[in-house]
Design a protein around this ligand. Sequence first.
Ligand SMILES: [Zn+2]
Length: 449
Amino acid sequence: MPDVTLYDTRTRSLQPFQPRDPARVGIYACGPTVYARVHVGNARPFVVFSQLKRFLEHEGYGVTLVGNITDINDKIYTAAKAAGVPSGELAAAMAKAYREDTDRIGLGRPDAEPHATEFVPQIIDLIQRLLDADAAYVAEGDVYFRVRTVENYGELSRRDVDQMDQGEGVEGADLKQDPLDFALWKAWKEGEDTSWDAPWGKGRPGWHIECSAMAEALLGVEFDIHGGGVDLVFPHHENEAAQTLAARGAPLARIWMHNGMLELVGEKMSKSLGNIRGLHEVLDEVGGEVLVLYFSSGHYRQPLAFSDERLEDAKRSAERIRDAARRLVRGESAEALRPHRDAFFAALRNDFNTAEALASLYGWIRDANRSEEAVGDADLREMLEVLGLEGLLTAPEGAPEEAKELAVQRDQARRDKDWAEADRLRDELLTMGWIVRDGADGPELVPAS
Ligand SMILES: [Zn+2]
């Protein structure tokens, strides 16, 4: 197998990828907390780790990708209370919406998508193990992790232990033996509509222990790659690593990979204005392939600017690939194009640099377009499949009149701000096999893969 290197957050260095068992590589990527519809930024880890799985499989590895769904969390209880619905109902509805939204990206599903609510017995076992090892203590029904029992705590996030804030606010502050300690379990409080029974009392698990338990249950300890957004390094991943080390005497994961965040630019969209765009809205506008191409245009570790201009760039790139693909014939690609294809994979082997890989892919297209003889599509197909963009190889067929009529009606409903009707028409189109996108030149119909 060719050498693959990946950047490891813990050691702050590029590491040769040497899985324990090449046939069974385990990747665990932290997924969303389902208290609201996800925004476009939440899709980045989904895309990065889905593509990484495809790439490692291309390199000959067998890969299991686990992407969890956090459906036990304070944010859910707060949001459910505000909306006046049972918290379980809100979490189930938002988890369903997450699956539907991410389905539309077109990269398939992770091999397993554990929900915290399905793993409460394993979570309780892990907490019990920490209590038995004296790495945790019970205080009025809460359970806290004794951070200073872990010698190298702070190693992952490179923070000074004495400067750390677990971000738990005043909640439980008077119960903690050390302000650095964090909650593994929170006792049930009056008015909360969800709880589980544990040997130390009724309540619910904390966020960090949920991931430690789910990852171990599905991949064992010392699995190959633990991933997530760079915003999760502290406290979430630092705490996951500490808990598992204290409970099992082994590291949770061998390599820690973190993707950079989306940065909002321009006046039209900002966090303070509260108008961060939903993933489903961006998919309505540009579709899965353009979104994947947009994400692939930056190195996964770097922040990525999010703007209409960048989406337009990705749209043009998608058209360029589609145009080139239409001129290709089925079969082996010309030998002269080989260096571009090889450079594409070399870039991915070097810390999964999709931005550099795409530059090689465009070089391949440029030379293929210049060729006076018919060019075979094999190289392009191979490259696009690894990025999950094979859909660009097939030119969409024209939509039937009936679908076009529905698209016009939906456009009118949107103008009238009748969102329910617009959604209904969109769903009707989807059952007919068409996705409607709101482009700059009005609605456009594309086949639902
Ligand atoms: Zn997690």
